[in-house]
Write a protein that binds this ligand. Structure first.
Ligand code: HBI
Ligand code: FE
Length: 284
């Protein structure tokens, strides 16, 4: 299952009745029993397979934020817990928002989440991020300080990238870390990307399949690497730690890197370079 977080263009006007920052009320009481049951099904399905696949900090986040298996989290209570830990809050939006709006919220430690949830017929394919992808996939790690700092730095970098016309390169960094990132844990690889964590099929494929490349983190390599939004990834990138990820964003001025990368060929997904540090699938 993949969620499209592709480029939705720049500052599009908010739909009628929606605030300019695209935030809408979650109206938690309006969720139907079927919608809560869909959350319950997706939650249990993932929690059955994630404990041995996901970075432990993700499970700690689910627990410390009080996420329940049976009901869609209420964003006010969720935000109260989260704010105490890392200053982040979760706000509801109708779906994909313009890039500038998205980056603006991240830069202010507000994570935007679709309020809708997929239908029972749509369990494994989704056009836009729904509340399960956004809240189950993305929010638990916002309880981890280094990751919370990285997400805010990404938002600030995103606003700068729009000024520089380099958003495509920066969006690849988001895609290959926040959405589809892997992390080393000893001699094994673990999942942390929200697009994998919230996907039943890709949670297995990303670690076990011999098909995709698993490439050691390299900022310039990532910024040159295209990605597919409607199938499992053909390559993943592997970080050593969130601290490493944070260092690569806050201590580095991206402007010269954007220039360097813009003059080089885009690398299609699934193509290995001789300079890549490749990881094998996890030993079974
Ligand atoms: N809007 N709601 C929402 N969620 C996203 O993940 C999102 C978005 N708008 C733009 C976007 N992502 C990407 O284009 C940026 O990561 C570049
Ligand atoms: Fe996402």
């Amino acid at each position: 299952m993949n969620t499209v977080t592709g480029d939705v263009g720049h500052a599009k006007a908010a739909p009628a009745g929606v605030a300019p920052d695209w935030i809408i009320p979650q109206r938690w009481r309006d969720y139907t029993p079927t919608e809560h049951a869909t959350w319950h099904l997706l939650f249990e399905r993932q929690m059955a397979q994630l404990p041995k696949r996901v970075i432990p900090a993700f499970l700690d986040g689910v627990r410390v934020l009080g996420m329940e298996p049976t009901v869609i989290p209420e964003f006010g209570a969720l935000s109260e817990r989260l704010q105490r830990l890392t200053g982040w809050s979760v706000v509801a939006v109708p779906g994909l928002v313009p890039d500038a709006t998205f980056f603006h919220h991240l830069a202010n430690r507000r994570f935007v989440s679709g309020r809708f949830i997929r239908t029972p017929e749509q369990l494994d394919y989704l056009e836009e991020p729904d509340v399960f992808h956004d809240v189950f996939g993305h929010v638990p790690l916002l309880a981890v300080p280094a990751y919370a700092d990285y997400m805010q730095a990404y938002g600030e970098g995103g606003l700068r990238s729009l000024q520089l016309g380099s958003m495509t390169q920066l969006a690849r960094l988001y895609w290959y870390t926040v959405e589809f990132g892997l992390i080393r844990e000893g001699d094994r690889l673990k999942i942390f990307g929200a697009g994998i964590v919230s996907s039943h099929g890709e949670s297995a494929y990303a670690l076990d399949s011999t098909e995709p490349l698993r490439i050691g983190f390299d900022l310039r390599r990532i910024m040159r690497t295209d990605y597919k939004i409607d199938s499992f990834q053909r390559n993943y990138f592997v970080i050593d730690s969130f601290e490493e990820l944070l260092r690569c964003t806050v201590e580095v001025d991206f402007a010269p890197i954007y220039d360097e990368v813009a003059s080089q060929a885009v690398i299609p997904p699934g193509v290995a370079l001789p300079t890549d540090h490749l990881f094998p699938p996890n030993p079974s």
